[in-house]
Design a protein around this ligand. Structure first.
Ligand SMILES: C[S@@+](CC[C@H](N)C(=O)[O-])C[C@H]1O[C@@H](n2cnc3c(N)ncnc32)[C@H](O)[C@@H]1O
Length: 228
């Protein structure tokens, strides 16, 4: 059987090879890989396979995230962008009409993001900055439709709330990757997820979904929240 590509949500695809369903995005930089992922051309369109074990957003989609607020033409603030593995797929999804501002406080991954990813994708602005001090990059980032946060810090939800106050449109969405081990290795992850949800709610969000990411990421969940 030949390969087929089906759009799952705008900009996100499942490629079916008859035996399995693989997550993918359309490659905005044809011919270029970011992290060794496979490139597959179907009907003249080049897709990049999206490894859910390397990306919490990919894992959440595979685990049944119902709504993905990041779609074609979205403006996204990405906190904890690292060298751009997940960011490259977000860049594919938002396309030329959208934009991603990617923040990380570690110089090395930001340099890799610039040299190996953003150079070939005009819709990514890499920012060396501390997500706890959003005023430091407020001159570079406009109001956005969505904030994606994957900083793996004990105050990860507070960081989202702080950034949302400065940058998120009313009715916009936050996607928060919660790493329970960043908060307490000994406690029940479900209890930690509930606490993080409360922090988002106290910051003006309504939490619409909470998706656990195992087996792709152990002791992680992704919260989808809208700013009310
Ligand atoms: C789990 S990794 C991110 C992986 C990346 N999101 C991906 O899927 O490709 C967490 C990143 O958050 C960054 N980080 C942690 N605390 C931060 C902070 N306060 N401000 C900016 N970046 C931070 C780290 O340097 C690290 O690169």
């Amino acid at each position: 059987m030949g390969l087929t590509a089906t759009e799952h949500t705008p900009g996100v695809y499942f490629i079916d090879d008859g035996a399995q369903r693989l997550l993918a995005t359309r490659n905005l930089a044809p011919g270029r890989k970011v992290y060794g992922e496979e490139l597959i051309t179907i009907g003249g369109v080049e897709y990049r396979l999206w490894n859910p074990s390397r990306s919490k957003l990919g894992a959440a989609i595979m685990k049944g995230l119902k709504k993905n607020p990041i779609g074609p033409s979205s403006k996204v603030l990405y906190l904890g962008v690292a060298s751009g593995t997940t960011c490259s797929h977000v860049s594919d999804i938002v396309g030329d009409a959208g934009h991603v501002w990617g923040v990380d406080f570690a110089p090395r991954p930001i340099r890799d993001l610039i040299d190996h990813v953003a150079r070939y994708r005009k819709n990514i602005t890499p920012i060396l900055g501390d997500a706890r001090q959003p005023q430091g990059y407020s001159f570079q980032v406009p109001r956005v439709d969505a904030i994606f946060a994957d900083v793996a810090q004990p105050d990860q939800a507070e960081i989202v709330v702080k950034n949302a106050k400065l940058f998120l449109k009313k009715g916009g969405y936050a996607l928060l990757s919660i790493k329970s081990r960043s908060i307490d290795v000994a406690r029940d992850p479900a209890e930690i997820y509930r606490e993080q949800v409360k922090v988002l709610e106290a910051g003006g969000f309504r939490v619409e979904e909470l998706v656990e990411l195992d087996p792709f990421e152990k002791d992680h969940a992704l919260a989808l929240a809208s700013l009310v």
